[in-house]
Design a protein around this ligand. Sequence first.
Ligand SMILES: [Zn+2]
Length: 214
Amino acid sequence: MKRFLYFIFLTLFFTVSCNTAKFSLRERRILKKEYEKNIMPLMFVSNKKDSVILYKRSNFFNADSTDRKLNKLIELMYYTCIDSLNPGVGIAAPQVGINKRIIWVQRFDKEKKPFEVYFNTEILYFSSSKSEGWEGCLSVPGYRGLVNRSDTVVLKYDTFDKKNYIDTINGFTAVIFQHEIDHLEGILYTDRISDKTKILTEEEYKSFNKGEKI
Ligand SMILES: [Zn+2]
């Protein structure tokens, strides 16, 4: 009987632990806190501790819609991304200190341009046709850079409803996905610019253009 109960306990333990996002102690501490207006502090590349998180590859996980910590994180990331004082068109979990493969992307390719959340996103195909475009990043404040990105990408991702969903994305939305998925790989847009004359300060950039951070 004892053995049987132990077996039941183990089965339950593994079922529960496999269904959660398995946040680390440090991540659980971040998720325990309450934030004013639901806006989380951002990780900045200029900060040594933050940059360790930003340059780390994020983990895949099982997206369970009943996971309360995961739901809280998703909501907080959304409000942090649309923060009216510092708005972005996308955000990745490492930017708020969580190394899990979660991104929010504003879908400029859809009617009403909704923000959507994706889990475990990977790029399966990059088109050889590329275009240069200006990018900014919530984690690299004060700068803009000219980045060469593929015009089309084929993605694989999970949502709460779908697993291993394959999608083809074009244009500016494809650029946002590439930028955010780079965050999940521990890559910043500035790492993609070899010619540093293509990185401008915000002031220099504003003098001839206008845009949002991704
Ligand atoms: Zn970014």
